[in-house]
Design a protein around this ligand. Structure first.
Ligand code: WT7
Length: 650
């Protein structure tokens, strides 16, 4: 912290393309600034006005009750989230495609709002028949198939709380999450497809459930048709129970603050946090930001490439788009299957107009070469979005030129699992953009860059990104751990929400988010905790001590490097290195698999015994110090060196 970044200060802003601007919802900075000012001066009036975007059974009496760190939004209001995402569209656009699902092998299944309504009602009745009622938690471990969206909406219809676990997580990680959220029902599939191979979800779930005795029913979608183990007293085929279910299921009203979902994300400790979101504020801000940031229109074909296992999929595949009656593309598989032009082929096939993806994906496309894009007509695109990690200017420019052909604005959207929806982003028809900056906050959002005392930093000086006021889609707590909620987000710098990100502002007040300041690392945009990986490592019998750091990766942004010391009984070898990496995959999932495992004689420590991560980070970034990959690195020398240079810190 403290050093001034001159590059950031020099970047010139580029105005939105004129054709786009002319037809946009918000067409000038003056319009943006007046909305921003309005929200700043009269937040309650501003959000009361936006709340008209939703259909209410009872309109809210109060807009916001705020007692740090607990917010209540739209108090006294009653609504049904699934009614807002499905039922209310039937009259005006019942035949319109809600979900345009594409399988990895190229099959298309359009689901209209009317169809979706039938599916959601039937599955809600199935869940109810399994004893699920308002406030109960349903765990969801599914591939990217329509039943995933249907399950979420069916839960919301009943006021049940869903907790989706990304299909790439291992059985241990799944079991931890199921136990923590207290689910009694799990919805999964026999398997999923990834690059033509089968991901055996049911087998992984079976293994997880051995340590989750509370789960009494498992609904299994048949996707692959492969044989699976079956527990007659517990397991039910989705298609069987669904076909027997009644297709009417009235949407009951729930309080604005009724919980909607728990989604686990990594923090600084070994234990993932269950981020709890509630109904009205969350849905409203997702729906509203869809219009502001994606300039959504009735005829758009909108594609967010995230997995619904992450918050991006919750907010911008399911809730935001469907609340707006949009057509959303949902793709089952990988970007390079069957070939590296899969995305562009899909854009061409469905005439996609808005594409929302990650910097990691963009960097991979760049590396694969323009010829994959050039094979297809991608001129249907009118707007491009980026999310998940800072986008480097080279990737931003490639995205703009090769995919957007200079005609499409780019919205670099900053937000988090905890924030629920996009907080900092250009408005595509108004905000001049700078490659690599998420630009300015949406109306109603008051972010600052400050030092630890809460004082604003100078332009170009690094500080902590914080948010000053509550916003409707903010997390309500960490499930079952109010204390951690307070500690992690509200006590670091008193009075403001602590994002955990480092950032700078430039002379125009633009925000440049630089990355995490805590022990959270971002691999391919996925959030991982170094502590979580370390505890997975030390649970391996050969390992005495472990320290995990990130090193930069050209495509994935960051990669995991693990330094380990071995127990006396173990011997370093290339095989052991693989076994250790496999062990992390088995304990967390392949997303956490270390790119490098390095054996050390000892780990460099401070006098008080703290591991000197900064040294390890430097070492990881410089690469290997020894040619022989199996030999034990002697890091004591490093420690000595650091001490003589006076770097005695973590
Ligand atoms: C962290 C949140 C937001 C949904 C997907 C990730 C980083 C996210 C940006 C961006 C720079 C970004 C931050 C943030 N991040 N978007 N546009 N520019 N950094 O959600 O897993 O909760 O991660 O992702 O570090 O804190 P998440």
């Amino acid at each position: 912290m403290g050093e001034v970044n001159h590059a950031v200060l020099g970047e010139k802003a580029v105005a939105p393309p004129e054709d786009f601007r002319r037809q946009a919802r918000i067409r000038s900075m003056a319009e943006y600034e007046s909305q921003y000012r309005r929200a700043l001066d009269d937040p309650e009036g501003f959000w009361r006005e936006q709340a008209k975007l939703l259909d209410w059974f009872e309109v809210p009496k109060a807009i916001c009750e705020w007692e740090i760190p607990h917010a209540k939004w739209f108090v006294g209001g009653k609504l049904n989230v699934s009614y807002n995402c499905v039922d209310r569209h039937i009259e005006k656009r019942g035949g319109k495609t809600a979900i345009l699902w594409e399988s990895e092998d190229g099959r298309t299944l359009p689901i209209s709002y009317r169809d979706l309504h039938g599916r959601v009602c039937r599955f809600a009745n199935v869940l109810r028949s399994l004893g699920v009622s308002a406030g109960d938690t349903v765990a969801v471990y599914l591939p990217m198939i329509p039943e995933l969206a249907v399950t979420l909406l069916a839960c919301a219809r009943l006021g049940a709380v869903h907790s989706v676990v990304f299909g790439g997580f291992s059985s241990v990680a799944l079991a931890d999450r199921i136990r923590d959220c207290g689910a009694k029902v799990l919805v999964t599939a026999d398997g999923g497809y990834r690059r033509g191979k089968i991901v055996p979800l049911k087998a992984t779930a079976d293994h997880a459930l051995e340590s989750c005795p509370a789960v009494r029913s498992v609904v299994v979608v048949r996707r692959t048709g492969e044989p699976v183990r079956w527990d007659d007293g517990r397991d039910l085929w989705f298609h069987e129970v669904d076909s027997r279910a009644a297709s009417d299921c009235p949407a009951a009203p729930f309080d604005s603050e009724h919980p909607l979902y728990i989604l686990y994300t990594s923090g600084t400790t070994g234990k993932p946090k269950g981020v709890l979101h509630s109904s009205a504020g969350y849905l409203l801000q997702c729906a509203w930001s869809m219009q502001m940031v994606f300039d959504l229109r009735e005829d758009d074909v909108y594609w967010c490439t995230a997995d619904i296992g992450w918050v991006t999929g919750h907010s911008y595949i399911v809730y935001g788009p469907l609340a707006n009656g949009a057509t959303v593309v949902m793709y089952e598989g990988a970007p390079d299957h069957p070939a590296k032009d899969r995305f562009w082929q899909l854009v061409e096939k469905h005439r996609v107009t808005i594409l929302y993806t990650s910097p990691t994906a963009i960097r991979a496309f760049m590396a694969w070469g323009n010829e994959w894009v050039e094979r297809h007509d991608v001129t249907s695109l009118r707007l491009l979005g980026s999310v998940g990690e800072p986008i480097n200017p080279a990737a931003w420019r490639w995205y703009s030129e090769v995919i957007g052909r200079g005609r499409c604005p780019i919205v670099d959207t900053w937000w988090q699992t905890e924030t629920g929806s996009i907080l900092v982003s250009p408005l595509p028809g108004a905000t001049p953009t700078k490659a690599g900056s998420a630009t300015l906050p949406l109306p109603g959002i008051v972010p600052r860059v400050v030092n630890l005392k809460g004082e604003p930093t100078e332009p170009g000086e690094t500080g902590y990104l914080v948010i000053e006021r509550p916003w409707p889609s903010m997390l309500r707590t960490i499930y079952g751990d109010d204390e951690r909620f307070r500690r992690d987000y509200w006590n670091r710098i008193p009075g403001v929400y602590f994002t955990g990100d480092a950032a700078q502002r430039d002379g125009d007040g633009y925000f440049w988010v630089l990355g995490r300041v805590d022990d959270v690392i971002k691999v391919a945009g996925h959030r991982l905790s170094t502590m979580e990986i370390e505890s997975a490592l030390v649970s391996h019998e050969a390992i005495a001590e472990a320290a995990v750091v990130a090193k930069p990766d050209e495509i994935k942004g960051e990669a995991v490097v693990a330094f380990v010391t071995l127990r006396a009984s173990a011997t370093a070898s290339p095989e052991l290195r693989e076994q250790i990496a496999d062990h992390v995959t088995a304990t967390i999932g392949s997303i956490a698999r270390p790119a490098e495992v390095r054996f050390a004689q000892s780990l460099p420590k401070t006098r008080s015994g703290k591991i000197m991560r900064r040294l390890l980070r430097e070492l990881a970034q410089k690469g290997s110090v020894t040619g022989d990959v199996t030999s034990l690195e002697d890091l004591a020398a490093l420690e000595q060196l650091a001490r003589t240079k006076g770097i005695d810190e973590s």
